[in-house]
Design a protein around this ligand. Sequence first.
Ligand code: GDP
Ligand code: MG
Length: 337
Amino acid sequence: MSSSIPPAAPASGAASEADAGPRAGRVALVGRPNVGKSTLLNALLGEPIAIISPHPQTTRENVRGILTVQNAQFVFVDTPGMHAPRTRLGRWMNEHAREAEREADVVVMVAEVPRMEAGAREARPHPADLELAAGLTRLPGARVVLCLNKVDRLKDKGLLLPLIAAFTRACAFAATVPMSAKRSQGIDGMIHELRALLPEQPFLFEPDTLSDQPVRFFVAEFVREQILQQTKQEVPHGVAVVVERFDEGGKIVQIEATVHVARESHKRILVGARGSMMKNIGIAARERVETMIERRVNLRLWVRVTPGWMENAERLRELGYAPPEGGEPKPAAEADT
Ligand code: GDP
Ligand code: MG
């Protein structure tokens, strides 16, 4: 996997960033579902590695993307959104976000500009965003940066400063960067702020690494992405994709994967008339994988009904949803149903 990131520019002035010693570190992107964390990761990297959708809870596991510019290396960790979990899978998703936060050198809290009615005179932060910001005060202040995303929603830019002030009352952020991840606006400013907060240390990965996660992880993500895009509402959240075979020995990379769904009715929707839906999903996902690895790919998909997998610890493990290092969070009383 190689990235399209340009090579380091030659150092210019004596005091330029390029002249200083190397910096490297982990940068966790945390925040509520749907605020634009995965869009931000892709914009920072300049490559669409994380899957994005208008549905909340699209990202299930931490996705790592590496950006090396000049003499700084950022290991970004995109996390599932913090939310009130209803399933065992949901609790693990939250735990992955917390783990990323704990291990990070810098935490970026992504929050969104609220949707505004025409002529609105005030923009107020989402109460859950303020709660999250307040919670981050337990981390040393210098490490937390606020990304105020979706500023394209603000027609009246005069509303921006009071909105930022409301956030900074909740948490003393090391920096605040208003931006539009979707339009790639504010990216350079964000990278500049983050660079200053990275520890001075040698690079953690080869400079042309795009992710330290295996290609098969991204294959499963890209199949799930197409399912999110091509089916409606209830199907995507009950879907898990397991790559059973990944053989890159031949001229064409051979990949086989099983799509697990929670219900028979979901299988019918997914397969579609004469298998047309699954075929389209397979074609689009294959193209994404081919672009990422710059190889030709043969992708074969099967659909299987695995009832209740989102609640069953053993099934979850089989489907690759392992709890993070700290172990599975234990609620007081719980039945495996
Ligand atoms: P995540 O759940 O935090 O990872 O959010 P996603 O990155 O999946 O994005 C959720 C939704 O917000 C998608 O529909 C994105 O297209 C949209 N979105 C992301 N960034 C922006 C932005 O800067 N402006 C606007 N208007 N929408 C955005
Ligand atoms: Mg996401």
